[in-house]
Ligand binder design. Structure first.
Ligand code: UGA
Ligand code: MN
Length: 919
């Protein structure tokens, strides 16, 4: 019998529900109440079992020390040119600080580097005298208060450098098509202006004009010739030779091809195909370098392929030697011979290559390599294999290990999977993975169905009534690894988080004989973020990198007042230059209304969704806007090429005096200023004496070190750092600003008081009177809002009741709706909670570790608690079961108040210790 003594929580036999004639017992239903003392006690009892087990691992301190050492490594972006200097960003990732270096690359060394970032339209005229820009002239005329709600009618203007904007000339407009986005692009040769109007994110038209044919230069409306007449495909300008234009298009080619359109004979019958659509690979992008070469990136079986083609014939000239990984950045230009690209893989944190494309056989040279102390990539290898699943489907899998790993079947192996919601697992780097490869054994990541790796059919192949395919694919991966001696079943651990936690739970139940252990993680590394639209490629040219950029982050959520709030905020921000607006919804699906609203304003923006995790939806005050703010921070940190700047949280119910924005742009570290509080008619402000902050004045002081309002401070982005297990802003209502600032400000001396030494109120926190119609709440059944909420990251162990939790019901897209008989019966076949049984024969249940975080000490994911309770109950009296069945719930009490990074390292350390003890 197990040496472990597990808690014996109360089983409430009275909770039995009948659906479609099937009775389902739910004896641990009470665990769904995170606030009850009984639930909290249960959590403590579980930790009292798991913690000593993990801590008895003798290598724990060593693992932790090693991981801490590896954790901090610098991250670089691809070089970009600004003026005559070449910049690349560097993020040192040190502890909880980000240090952003502007490193100057001497012009002599790299005489002509690229000025063009992938896909960002080049709008300068080639005489460098002016720029084309899309503009909504109707906007600014609304200062008199007249309804300016129409942000349609975008027009293309030309601005001559050195002249006032009032002299800019209107070049292109389409008054009969107010919805069209109108932007200009100047051809590589400088002669042509291309205008490719679009309405949504896909499909566009193409018009052009010959700038040299304008008798007096750009002095007014330019007459355009239309060559694409229907919104039915994408046409992306790549380059041109005289009138012969190359476009990347998916017209009749879902995987994209390069086509040639001669502007002098633009009829479709005269088009030619320069690079035909590949039978399976997706042509992701193409860029022209060194006059007549096309550098083309393909996605082949989830990994990148980079080739040079001849611009004239389309023939392949050369293929770049790439490891198994992804191209994550590029910069190159037709008139220059230099090309930079950045490669990353499971064992490669990042290498930026430099290639002189004018040489006959271009050889990439390492330009900057991210070095990690103790990592020697040449001692590791990563490969891709293909294995057949149960139904014969060919599944790709990445496998990484040390080269000297014997592969005699004795290596520990970590098999990681997700398999859902159209998520693609492209090979990427992570420290904990690397650590595993270096010190433990083999890491395997299969691209199982349910993901988006091969488009829609791959996702559909693993959802709803096909969900079992996901488990079969994962099981087949395990069998492949065992058969090919990468590991053996006792040494094989399966791991996953969120939907991947469900995968682990289902596979442990279905094939307990095949695995040594299973780890299902729920943590903030699974913070759910989805990009709705990143407008920086098309609008980023509006940013001026020589000045700090304002990163303005607005959490928002669907309710009656939302349009009004966003409109007001947008009207204000239209007057603020050099900013990026992050508008992030508390939802799992992008609300088209918000997207349309943003697209109309042409403020450089990033639109994402990031819902409040389900576990915080319990009773009491919700930590509002936190996941969204963290999502923005994470996004900023993972895009080191972004310019320096200042982060400001602008809730959607704030009102601003424009003087504030120029003031906060100066923020060196952390600035603070007064906030007018209309909610309780007061003010929240730092107390300033002799130009120094000496205290705070806030109506709700609580026990806060920084009793401030969210809108009362700004932070230089260099100070930010992101940590997956404990994101920068904690999910603690009322204490978010305080805890966030505590992580950033070590001394009040560092605080810069703004708004004329905190004597002015330039921001108000207004309050929106709640409309009684609760129908705008996400949890109101029968409203359209139900459709707004889809996936949510948290382990889903109880498939029958997942939809009852406020956001969970939107998981129906992959799991189906348990309220329909067909889906209910199907769910019951794999729901981890309902399929726990004692394994047959002498097989015991694999070792189990569920990990979950409990960030405000109150709430825990009930799915995991119920699953572990049921598992322990089923197996506690079983003689053969010696494998431990554990859950690690991170609570504040259990771990003390460490720094975010150390929390994360601690969690990974604990998982590794569990593996050390069980494998
Ligand atoms: C106050 C602070 O102004 C917030 O920044 C802070 O997050 C919050 O307290 C807290 O400590 O919990 P309060 O006025 O009470 O916020 O909250 P709201 O103004 O309703 O919400 C703050 C932001 O979160 C808004 O931008 C709002 O759009 C967003 N929000 C609110 C959501 O995304 N989801 C919700 O369900 C509610
Ligand atoms: Mn508010």
């Amino acid at each position: 019998m197990s040496s472990m003594k597990y808690p014996s929580p109360r089983r409430d036999a009275s909770v039995v529900e009948e659906h479609f004639g099937i009775k389902v017992a739910d004896p641990y239903r009470w665990m769904e109440d995170p606030d009850s003392q009984e639930t909290k006690d249960f959590v403590d009892q579980q930790n009292a079992v798991s913690q000593p087990f993990i801590e008895s691992c003798s290598e724990r301190e060593e693992i932790k020390r090693e991981l801490t050492k590896l954790w901090n490594y610098p991250k670089y972006g691809v070089p970009h040119r600004h003026g005559k200097k070449y910049y690349f960003s560097k993020n040192n990732g040190i502890q909880n600080q980000r240090i952003d270096h502007r490193v100057e690359v001497r012009c002599q060394n790299y005489p002509e580097v690229l000025t063009k970032i992938k896909f960002s339209p080049l709008t300068w005229t080639h005489d460098s005298k002016g720029i084309f820009y899309g503009y909504y002239p109707d906007h600014v005329t609304g200062a008199d208060g007249r309804d300016t709600a129409s942000h349609d009618n975008q027009k293309l203007y030309y601005h001559r450098i050195g002249t006032p904007q009032s002299e800019d000339v209107l070049c292109v407009d389409f008054p009969e098509h107010p919805k069209w986005r109108v932007e200009g692009e100047v051809s590589d040769c400088g002669r042509y202006l291309l205008v490719c109007p679009g309405v949504d994110c896909q499909d566009n038209l193409v018009f052009f004009a010959d700038l040299e044919a304008l008798p007096n230069g750009i002095t007014g409306k330019i007459s355009l010739t239309q060559i694409i007449f229907k919104f039915e495909a994408d046409y992306q300008y790549v380059t041109n030779t005289g009138s012969k234009f190359v476009f990347r298009s998916n017209k009749n080619a879902p995987r994209y091809q390069l086509i040639c359109i001669d502007l002098e004979h633009p009829e479709e019958k005269n088009w030619s195909i320069l690079i035909p659509e590949h039978e399976s690979n997706i042509l992701e992008w193409a860029t022209c370098v060194d006059q007549d070469k096309l550098v083309v990136c393909y996605m082949e079986d989830v990994k990148s392929i980079l080739k040079t083609h001849d611009l004239n014939s389309g023939a392949v000239l050369h293929e770049f030697p790439l490891g198994v990984g992804s191209i994550v950045g590029v910069s190159g230009e037709k008139k220059h011979s230099e090309l930079f690209y950045k490669f990353s893989s499971m064992i490669t944190p990042g290498i930026i290559y430099f290639v002189d494309m004018s040489t006959k056989n271009p050889v990439p040279k390492v330009f900057i390599k991210t070095e990690i102390e103790g990592l020697d990539e040449s001692k590791c290898e990563v490969k891709q294999v293909f294995y057949p699943s149960k139904d014969g489907t060919k599944i790709p899998m990445f496998i990484a290990h040390r080269k000297d790993e014997k592969l005699d079947g004795n290596s520990p192996c970590l098999l990681y999977g997700y398999g859902g919601f159209n998520v693609s697992l492209t090979p990427s780097f992570s420290i904990s993975q690397l650590f595993f490869i270096q010190h433990f054994g083999v890491l395997a990541i299969p691209n199982i169905r349910g993901g988006g790796e091969y488009g829609r059919t791959w996702h559909d192949g693993g959802r709803l009534l096909n969900k079992q395919n996901v488990f079969d694919d994962f099981v087949a991966a395990a069998e492949f690894l065992v058969q090919n001696k990468y590991t053996r079943k006792e040494k094989l651990t399966i791991k996953g988080g969120s939907n991947g936690g469900l995968l682990v739970g289902a596979c442990l139940n279905q094939r307990p004989d095949l695995f040594g252990a299973g780890v299902a993680a729920v943590g903030y590394d699974s913070l759910y973020i989805r990009m709705c639209h990143n407008a920086l490629p098309e609008l980023g040219h509006k940013l001026n990198r020589t000045q700090p950029v304002l990163y303005i982050v607005t959490p928002t959520f669907a309710r009656r007042e939302q349009v009004a709030e966003l409109t007001r905020l947008a009207q204000t921000l239209l007057h603020v230059s050099n900013m990026i607006w992050f508008v992030i919804e508390d939802a799992t699906e992008c609300l088209p209304m918000v997207g349309e609203h943003l697209a109309r304003h042409q403020i450089p923006y990033v639109h994402m969704v990031s819902p409040l995790p389900e576990m915080f939806l319990g009773k009491g005050k919700k930590p509002r806007g936190v996941s969204q703010r963290n999502a923005a921070i994470q996004w900023i940190l993972t895009h080191p090429e972004l310019p320096d700047g200042v982060l400001y949280f602008a809730d959607d119910d704030n009102t601003y005096d424009l003087r504030l924005f120029e003031d906060i742009r100066k923020t060196k570290k952390v600035s603070m200023f007064p906030v007018g509080l209309l909610a309780n008619t007061g003010v929240s402000s730092p107390v300033v004496m002799n130009g120094r902050v000496v205290g705070f004045s806030d109506p709700w002081f609580a026990k806060r070190k920084f009793p401030l309002d969210m809108s009362g401070f700004a932070v230089n982005i260099r100070l930010l750092s992101y940590n997956p297990s404990r994101v920068p802003m904690p999910f603690i209502p009322g204490y978010q600003e305080d805890k966030f600032l505590q992580g950033l400000v070590s001394s009040w001396e560092d605080i810069e008081p703004l708004a004329e030494n905190c004597t002015k109120v330039w921001v108000w926190h207004t309050t929106t009177v709640e409309t009684p119609a609760g129908s705008f709440r996400s949890n109101s059944p029968g409203t359209n809002l139900q459709d707004l909420f889809q996936e949510l990251q948290s382990t889903v162990m109880d498939m029958i009741r997942f939809h009852k939790f406020t956001i969970g019901h939107a998981w129906c897209s992959d799991f189906g709706n348990p309220e329909t008989e067909e889906h209910f019966k199907y769910l019951l076949t794999y729901s981890p909670l309902h399929n726990i049984r004692v394994p047959e024969g002498d097989v015991q249940y694999p070792c189990v570790l569920l990990t979950t975080a409990d960030h405000d000490d109150r709430v825990v994911p009930s799915h995991s608690l119920k699953f572990i309770a049921e598992l322990q109950q089923t197996l506690r009296e079983v003689q053969k079961q010696t494998n431990p069945l554990l859950i690690r719930v991170e609570t504040k009490a259990g771990h003390g108040g460490g720094k975010p990074t150390s929390k994360s390292i601690e969690e990974i350390t604990d998982v590794l210790c569990f593996l050390v003890k069980t494998l």
